[in-house]
Design a protein around this ligand. Structure first.
Ligand code: ZN
Ligand code: ZN
Length: 345
């Protein structure tokens, strides 16, 4: 079978390798679609090395069809389509025991400790199956939407952390795939107005298609003025920072209403250091929150939204490449002219 083998930083090629041989408690899944995530790019380039193995197969946004069921596995059958929650929390660390399994101290994950989605067939470890990480997908859900349940689950965690609610005004900074998911989720949560800030025209057009109320090009328009005009001079209730540029944070927190929340959703470039006015946070009583990964409950909520057609993820995927053309997919990701780049076998 074909697999994208990561052998070291910037060393990855599509190769023929033997099919995985599953254990009695495992499932073999034929990959239908796996999406490239910004984190995958950081791993491929050696900028993220935590929990990364060499050689290994990465890719953690996965939808596929079961092709073999281990003799001890109950409740699954060959031919069933499944989406896979890749994060496997330990269940017993301080984070897990305090309701933060997304920040598990001993987390393992498919695409890290276990081979991931950028291959024709992947073995799903028993601990993931037992933990409920394999979610059946009905035929009406596209394999693209199935794979994108994972990043949607992360966005749900971010939105819950930010506490977006009915009638809130929301500013989403960045209309990449993540920003476009946050746009739709904010609307679903009852936001009265969602403002998008995005320099790229294609991404702004997509934001319009997906229901943004106000769309700003921060390179040619004054974001601060527009936000204040749109919020009667008050600022927004919630800001979702969906681009990892530390230098924008100080100007961004000025756009929050008193008592508002700023969710640092993106991972930030470099060492992530940023200068922010402590007095803005102090006098405006701002809540600054982070968000990482997702809980299984977020994944199940995301899966349900996709199954019931509450959210459009297909619109966010712009390109599909074969495993053989992974390098071209990687380059397409880097040139920024697409949104979600999907891989298929
Ligand atoms: Zn991801
Ligand atoms: Zn844990």
């Amino acid at each position: 079978m074909k697999a994208v083998i990561l052998e070291g930083p910037n060393m990855f090629t599509t190769k023929e390798i033997p099919m995985p041989v599953i254990k009695a408690d495992e499932l073999l899944v034929k990959m239908e679609k796996a999406a490239i995530c910004g984190t995958d790019i950081r791993i491929l380039e050696g900028k993220k090395t935590k929990d990364v193995r060499y050689p290994s197969v990465i890719g953690h946004e996965i939808c596929g069809v079961i092709s073999e069921v281990g003799s001890e596995v109950k409740g699954f059958a060959v031919g069933e389509r499944v989406a896979i929650a890749n994060v496997i929390p330990c269940g017993s660390c301080s984070s897990c025991l305090n309701g933060r399994e997304n920040a598990c101290l001993n987390r393992q994950a498919i695409g890290y400790q276990f081979d991931g989605g950028f291959e024709e067939y992947l073995a799903i470890p028993g601990i993931a199956i037992q933990a409920g990480n394999v979610v059946k997908m009905p035929d009406h859900v596209s394999s693209t939407a199935g794979a994108l349940i994972e990043p949607l689950a992360c966005c749900i965690r971010g939105m819950v952390n930010a506490g977006t609610g009915f009638n809130d005004t929301v500013l989403v900074v960045g209309a990449g795939p993540i920003g476009l998911m946050h746009l739709q989720l904010s609307k679903i949560a009852g936001a009265s107005k969602v403002i998008i800030s995005e320099p790229n025209q294609m991404r702004r057009d997509k934001a319009k298609t997906l229901g943004a109320d106000v769309i700003v090009d921060p390179t040619s328009e004054n974001l601060n003025e527009i936000v204040m005009r749109e919020t009667d001079g008050l600022g927004v209730d919630v800001i979702i920072v969906a681009i990892g540029v530390p230098s924008i944070l100080n100007s961004t927190i000025n756009l929050a209403k008193k008592g508002g929340t700023v969710c640092l959703f993106a991972g930030f470039a470099g060492d992530g250091m940023s200068q922010m006015s402590a007095n803005t946070i102090h006098y405006n009583e701002l809540n600054i929150c982070g968000s990482t990964a997702y809980k299984r409950s977020d994944y199940l909520a995301a899966a349900e939204m996709v199954k019931t057609g509450k959210i459009d993820l297909d619109e966010i995927a712009t390109h599909v490449y074969k495993l053989d053309d992974f390098k071209a997919a990687y380059e397409k990701f880097l040139d920024g002219s697409g949104l979600k780049i999907m891989i298929e076998a």
